[in-house]
Design a protein around this ligand. Structure first.
Ligand code: PLP
Length: 413
């Protein structure tokens, strides 16, 4: 257990000591890093693990017979086991390492999707999807003639499960939906989504790029067919993500990329493929990044997801209160079930200008489309600012955000 949480405490100052970058001054001011939904900072444990992997157990995996090759393979496969436990998957063969969530979703669209989805078949997405969970399905629309249907949200950003269900029909071949919106923070009741889709025999992919960071994930309990997530938002390295897939699906799916590692045999006139997960991991994988992801999972577990969630929820609530006091702000997203993400715009100001001004006060937020253009269109805007919270953020950082925004108003008065 992490020393910061012994005896039920949540000593955020102690946790912050684990993240060297958080003490970096920017423009001579202490950094307030609120761009966590884009990518989270890394604890020393992960940085040290990467260093150790490169300095004491580095070689290519699965192919050597020497000491270092075995050490690297053991660490890499150990990380797969950590991801399995993190998602509560049945077996490690159900975990495919990918570069990120985007690649995991593309893998499903290109293999499972391409085989099953033909002209006139329907794919149901939510209007909250990140482009990573839209564009691969648009490819099937363009290339195969599939039809995309969009499950709506209400004005507060609540996911409308009954409206979603109305979209499911005999031509629906796939549901692909986010666990948690990266712009509104809305949490989708994925277990119920799966239940209603499965009642009609429709498979479900969940985009857990945000959900895996902030929510408990139990793929057996959710019963989803696929779950995709990405390491760098979970305090892990870039260049590593994972796809969970039910074993029966992975075994039946054609391979994704071709190359070394994913084959059983190659002849001049024929090839045969390996078993999952290796069938989907062509070429040298992100070995050290996967190992680092394993350590990030251990780090989160040492604090406890429930404790982290309670801390982040309190921050998100406080941020809503503070930002609601600022009259020039329009806040997006007040869903009943939501995580600690708050999107907003300032009257008369472009979000890029707002973000640039508060950056000078040391406050880092994201501004732009957040890769959710259909959702922005739903709310009639072309961009927003977004503050997103992590396990190391504090109430005083929320105050710094609010103060910076209050000052920024003067530029646009
Ligand atoms: C909900 C959601 N899905 C998918 C992604 C894509 O993640 P990655 O770029 O790591 O593949 C993101 C990243 O912002 C996200 O927020």
């Amino acid at each position: 257990m992490h020393p910061a949480v012994i005896n039920g405490a949540y000593d955020v100052d102690r946790i912050r000591q684990d993240f060297p970058i958080l003490s970096l001054p920017v423009y001579g001011k202490p950094l307030v890093y609120l761009d966590n939904a884009a990518s989270a900072q890394k604890p020393k444990a992960v940085l040290d693990r990467l260093h150790h992997a490169y300095t004491a157990e580095y070689a290519n995996v699965h192919r050597g017979l020497h000491y270092l090759a075995n050490a690297a393979t053991e660490a890499y496969e150990g990380a797969r086991e950590k991801v399995r436990a993190f998602l509560n998957a049945e077996r490690p063969e159900e975990i495919v390492f990918t570069r990120n969530a985007t690649e995991a979703i593309n893998l499903v669209a290109y293999t499972f999707g391409c085989e099953r989805i033909k002209a006139g078949d329907e794919i149901v997405l939510s209007i909250m999807e990140h482009h990573s969970n839209i564009v691969p399905w648009h490819f099937l629309r363009e290339r195969q003639g599939a039809i995309i249907k969009w499950a709506p949200v209400d004005d507060d950003g609540n996911f409308l499960i009954d409206e979603f269900e109305k979209l499911l029909g005999p031509r629906t071949k796939m549901v692909a939906i986010t666990h948690m919106s990266n712009m509104l923070g809305t949490i989708v009741p994925v277990k119920e989504v799966v239940r209603r889709a499965h009642a009609r025999g429709i498979p479900v992919l969940i985009d857990g790029a945000q959900g895996a960071v902030h929510l408990d994930v139990d793929v057996k309990d959710i019963d989803c067919d696929f779950y995709a997530f990405t390491g760098h938002k979970l305090y892990g390295p870039t260049g590593i993500g994972a796809l969970y897939g039910k074993h029966a699906h992975l075994a039946a799916m054609p391979p994704f990329n071709g190359g070394g590692e994913m084959i059983r045999e190659v002849f001049e006139d024929r090839i045969s493929y390996g078993e999952p997960p290796h069938k989907f991991e062509a070429g040298t994988p992100s070995i050290v990044q996967a190992i680092g992801l394993g350590t990030a999972i251990d780090y989160v577990a040492s604090i406890g997801k429930e404790r982290i969630r309670a801390h982040e929820q309190a921050l998100g609530k406080y941020a809503h209160e503070r930002l609601r006091e600022i009259n020039s702000l329009r806040i997006f997203g007040a869903a009943r079930e939501r995580g600690a993400i708050i999107s907003f715009e300032m009257k008369g100001a472009h979000p890029h200008d707002v973000a640039t001004i508060i950056d000078r006060a040391g406050v880092a937020v994201r501004a732009g489309t957040h890769c959710v253009m259909p959702l922005l269109a739903r709310f009639g805007v072309t961009a927003t600012c977004r503050a997103s919270f992590a396990l190391y953020n504090t109430r005083s950082e929320v105050d710094r955000l609010a103060e910076a925004l209050i000052k920024a108003q003067d530029f646009f008065a």
